[in-house]
Design a protein around this ligand. Structure first.
Ligand SMILES: Cc1cc2nc3c(=O)[nH]c(=O)nc-3n(C[C@H](O)[C@H](O)[C@H](O)COP(=O)(O)O)c2cc1C
Length: 216
């Protein structure tokens, strides 16, 4: 069942979703070959203050008293299970803290293909062979900071495992976008979940990691 919500200038396509809804792409591998990987978990997350826009931006997750952005929470669980190194992708200029300004800026970046400078540095990036990449859906695609990430860190020849949270749009074509940006990466089945279900997603994340062979 799909409905359209018009909220704070963002149209969010809502549908019932599954914790592990993999958009079909025949090029995507079922499992990570081999063991003994050097794993990086790179994620972008912009949790907004409470009460800004309760419908569209309520992406903060509280689990066991700790507060996370929804992508950040998924990244944290992946890190716990895989033992990978976690790095947060941050722009050199912080994004506005209120939803309307953030939505306008994100939309402007998207429409003008602006790749904002990112401040994130990653030590010995070349040494990682498996890279989890996490992002929210913004305006039906990856935030433009993710394009900056792929500009700055060459993920070709690596195994890439995407994960994402959203307000109803699912992957929204982002797997194909990543494939286009990093054609020589090996893409593994990713994990996409609605922000509404993220707080209770731990078991779903564990099952997915087991399915793709990434549990220790
Ligand atoms: C600027 C902006 C645009 C968004 N656009 C969409 C969208 O097009 N489709 C969708 O499903 N969710 C959209 N969302 C909702 C986010 O994808 C969702 O809240 C996500 O869980 C945020 O994760 P985070 O808190 O880790 O940043 C948008 C949120 C923001 C702030």
């Amino acid at each position: 069942m799909a409905t359209l919500l018009f909220v704070s200038s963002v149209i969010v396509a809502c549908s019932d979703d599954e914790p592990n809804n993999q958009d079909g792409d025949t090029d995507i591998e079922e499992a990570v070959p081999g063991t003994n990987h050097k794993i990086l978990i790179a994620y972008f997350s912009e949790p907004l203050p409470d009460g800004v826009d309760a419908v569209t931006s309520a992406s903060r997750v509280i689990v066991d008293g700790d507060l996370y952005g929804s992508v950040q929470y998924v990244a944290t669980v992946i890190g716990e299970v895989t033992g990978g190194d976690i790095v947060r992708i941050q722009t050199a200029q912080p994004y506005p803290g209120n939803f309307d300004d953030l939505a306008d800026q994100a939309n402007n970046e998207r429409q003008n293909d602006i790749h904002p400078a990112i401040a994130t540095e990653i030590d010995n990036f070349d040494n990682y062979d498996v890279v989890f990449v996490g992002y929210p859906i913004w305006w039906y695609q990856m935030p433009m900071a993710m394009y900056s990430f792929f500009d700055k860190f060459d993920c070709n020849e690596k195994t890439l495992i995407p994960f994402s949270t959203h307000g109803g749009s699912g992957w929204s074509g982002t797997l194909e976008d990543i494939k286009g940006l990093v054609p020589n990466a090996t893409m593994v089945n990713g994990y996409s979940i609605s922000r509404n279900n993220t707080a209770t997603s731990r078991n779903g994340i564990l099952n997915w990691l087991q399915e793709i062979g990434m549990t220790e």
